[in-house]
Design a protein. Structure first.
Ligand code: CP3
Length: 342
């Protein structure tokens, strides 16, 4: 794919504006998605390649974003390890979280064939997508996946038992993390074989634990996934939300781009992050709940940064949330496409 502004930026080529896409774009802010959700559950849409491809491409058609992200979820990995999972209206729920098991490792039986329906979805997306729109594949980063597996659902996102296991029961935690990582690597490679053109690793909960524990327990797994993806020539984006000053320890072999959260000002992130790594981010999605004037004021703050930094992808600091009006998201896409970046 030669004329994708998103892929050009990922590869370090000059473009006349930053590319734009949003985490969680394939979902609840789109009226077209909500209409489909009246007839099908999340799992039903995932199980049907035609529907999964349709939902993946909705934000491309409705919002005009520069890339599509696979319609799936990070929790398909625990599911493929034998954990029973249900997507309810309140979010995903595991039937037997690992915190309740005497021997958690005995409960994990990775079966990679359980991920095959997703490769069929990718092939259908590649067949039906508009020209020059690349497809981003993804998986959850090992800590975030581990948190959900151990804790089950955690409404306030503190995952106390999962964090306790990282301190108290390091050897078991390491083995669980290793199994997540082995399956994630296979999954990433198969996504690439099926046609994705870039890969993002979602570490939503990097900020849950101190930096030194993150680098001790989690970073070796991130490095393995990064290596496996980068070896194929596929650009690798890493989103370590809440990592803070840990950003300065990430090496170019760990990521081509880092997706930065809203806690770190983008100019500060640029100073912290290695110069050979690009930046994605980092608008607070909640500003999109405000009026257009307030949104535009916030967007104007990015002009100077965008003029000086070609290796930047416009995105949010975290995913879109359901309460955000569709028109405001469209306003941002149009603004990025039409602003004066020279
Ligand atoms: O970005 C995209 O639009 C692509 C698809 C995608 C989904 N989930 C679809 C989804 C991606 C990349 C994810 C990642 C994901 N899933 C993360 C990491 C990124 C982040 O947002 O923090 C996490 C932690 C999950 C786990 C998860 N899945 C939760 C906590 C929930 C419930 C809350 C919510 O946002 O609805 C989900 C469900 C989910 N995943 C939905 C979608 C579209 C909602 C399903 C529905 O319509 O009911």
């Amino acid at each position: 794919m030669k004329n994708s502004i998103f892929l050009k930026t990922l590869k370090g080529e000059e473009t006349n504006r930053p590319p734009v896409w949003f985490m969680r774009q394939a979902g609840r802010v789109l009226p077209s998605y909500m209409a489909l959700r009246k007839d099908y559950s999340f799992s039903e849409m995932m199980a049907d390649p035609k529907l999964a491809a349709k939902v993946t491409l909705l934000p491309v058609h409705d919002l005009g974003v520069d890339a599509a992200i696979l319609f799936s979820d990070i929790l398909v990995i625990p599911e493929a390890m034998g954990m029973k999972l249900e997507f309810t209206d309140k979010g995903p729920v595991f039937e037997n979280p690992l915190k309740d098991e005497a021997n958690p490792l005995d409960c994990l039986l990775p079966d990679s064939s359980k991920l095959e329906y997703i490769y069929a979805n990718i092939e259908e997306i590649i067949k039906t997508r508009p020209k020059n729109i690349p497809l981003i594949g993804f998986c959850g980063s090992p800590l975030t996946t581990f948190c959900y597996m151990v804790q089950g659902i955690s409404r306030n996102h503190t995952f106390p038992e999962a964090v306790a296991m990282l301190y108290k029961n390091k050897e078991v935690a390491k083995k669980i993390l290793e199994r997540i990582t082995d399956l994630s690597i296979l999954y990433a490679k198969n996504q690439i074989k099926s046609g994705i053109e870039a890969f993002q690793l979602f570490e939503t909960h990097a900020g849950l634990i101190p930096q030194n524990l993150y680098f001790e327990m989690i970073m070796p797994s991130v490095k393995r996934i990064a290596k496996a993806v980068k070896e194929t020539g596929t650009p690798f984006i890493y989103m370590p939300k809440g990592l803070g000053f840990g950003l300065e320890k990430i090496e170019p072999s760990d990521a081509d781009f880092i997706s930065v959260d809203w806690q770190t000002p983008i100019e500060k992130a640029r100073q912290l992050i290695h110069k050979d790594i690009g930046i994605q981010g980092n608008l607070d999605p909640r500003i999109l709940l405000a009026d257009k004037q307030s949104i535009e004021k916030e967007l104007n703050n990015y002009l100077e940064f965008g003029k000086n930094n070609n290796n930047w992808i416009f995105n949010l600091g975290h995913g879109l949330i359901p309460q955000i009006p569709f028109e405001n998201v469209k306003f941002v896409v149009d603004w990025v496409k039409n602003a004066d970046w020279k």
